[in-house]
Write a protein that binds this ligand. Structure first.
Ligand SMILES: [Zn+2]
Ligand SMILES: [Zn+2]
Length: 111
């Protein structure tokens, strides 16, 4: 894998990407994992989003969505390649802002 592409925090890919979504369910929450290739640097990346709220936090808002919904997802590139010039506080990615199309999961209506 090439590291020739430098980190660029101004990079963006506004066209929604079709990533592979995987639904991961635990006892009290559901998370979705999107896997795909960053079009800016060409590396594979994975990003998780968690849905659902803990019942204890009555009325609390954790900045999460309750469910996936139809909106696109924004994420920074999360690839594991070390791109040149990446700031030390950034652990992953090439700095590009990506838009990921929402999951089209076929598991029928939720009760
Ligand atoms: Zn990237
Ligand atoms: Zn990359």
């Amino acid at each position: 894998m090439s590291t020739a592409i430098p980190y660029d925090s101004d990079a963006a890919h506004p066209t929604p990407l079709t990533f592979q979504w995987t639904r991961v369910e635990t006892s009290d929450e559901v998370s979705y994992e999107a896997t795909g290739t960053c079009p800016v640097c060409g590396c594979a990346m994975t990003r998780h989003w968690t849905f659902g709220q803990h019942l204890l936090a009555k009325g609390g808002f954790h900045g999460r969505r309750n469910e996936p919904g139809p909106q696109a997802y924004h994420t920074l590139c999360r690839c594991r390649t070390t791109h040149l010039g990446r700031p030390p506080h950034e652990e992953f990615g090439c700095g590009a802002l990506l838009v990921v199309a929402p999951p089209t999961l076929d598991d029928g209506p939720t009760p």
